[in-house]
Design a protein around this ligand. Structure first.
Ligand SMILES: Cc1cc2nc3c(=O)[nH]c(=O)nc-3n(C[C@H](O)[C@H](O)[C@H](O)COP(=O)(O)O)c2cc1C
Length: 223
């Protein structure tokens, strides 16, 4: 009589098992646990006006961290429908010249101090990261979703800056919508500014502003 015996344990490594083992060695399974620091950041973050930001600017390594986090956002279709333009050091005033030129063209009689204010727009904070939307018509992915991805990237710039101990302010102001300025900053015709995120150290701890009560913005769907 032939007895049933337990299957012999496989000694030949199965390709799928080998692959799983290799992947495990690259990326040990991550136990997602609560991150109270992250919650503290998210519940306390608030914007600080550019004029209330002081130096020094984030280091080169910190800027890389901010941009790496910014590039890590939901992106339907993996189109990467955004890019980043960094203004630091002298580049901030060089860009300011372009802003001031557009302003002067529209306001030839403007007072010198007003022109100077425009020239220093991007020099108020030690670092400005512009999030450029590259949203374009696509056969499958709505442009709207590409724009939202750029918004997510801008928010990640803000959050990463805060997580590193800086403060930030996501702004657009008039020059974000001025085609002459965008051209001068090197944006392609289909590119737009999602935001100029100003980053620095807060001169003093910011006070919060009222937030919308959840009751005003939340409803629960019922059948
Ligand atoms: C797309 C976008 C553009 C913005 N542009 C400006 C702006 O040009 N000027 C401004 O004062 N605030 C602007 N804000 C608002 C600030 O980023 C910020 O939300 C506001 O100062 C409130 O601070 P909070 O972030 O602490 O709520 C903008 C926000 C978004 C989302």
């Amino acid at each position: 009589m032939v007895g049933h015996c337990a299957p012999t344990p496989s000694i030949v490594p199965h390709p799928a098992r080998m692959l799983r083992a290799r992947l495990r060695s690259y990326a040990p399974s991550v136990l997602i646990s609560a991150m109270p620091d992250a919650l503290a950041l998210l519940t306390t973050r608030r914007s600080v006006k550019p004029i209330e930001l002081v130096g020094p600017a984030p280091s080169a390594a910190e800027i890389d961290t901010i941009l790496t986090i910014a590039a890590r956002v939901p992106d339907h279709g993996k189109l990467v429908p955004w890019r980043f333009l960094v203004f630091e050091g002298d580049g901030r005033l060089a860009a300011g010249e372009k802003i001031a030129a557009a302003f002067r063209a529209d306001h030839p009689d403007a007072k010198p101090e007003h022109v100077e204010m425009e020239r220093t727009r991007l020099a108020r904070a030690a670092l400005v990261v512009a999030v450029v939307s590259r949203a374009a018509p696509h056969v499958k992915i709505p442009e709207w979703e590409q724009v939202l991805s750029a918004g997510a990237a801008a928010m990640n710039v803000v959050l990463a800056a805060h997580a590193l101990g800086y403060a930030a302010n996501w702004m657009t102001e008039w020059y974000a919508y001025d085609r002459r300025v965008l051209d001068a900053l090197g944006l392609a015709p289909n590119e737009r500014i999602a935001g100029f995120v100003h980053i620095g150290r807060p001169a003093q701890p910011p006070t919060d502003r009222p937030r919308p009560p959840l009751a005003d913005v939340v409803t629960r769907f019922t059948a």
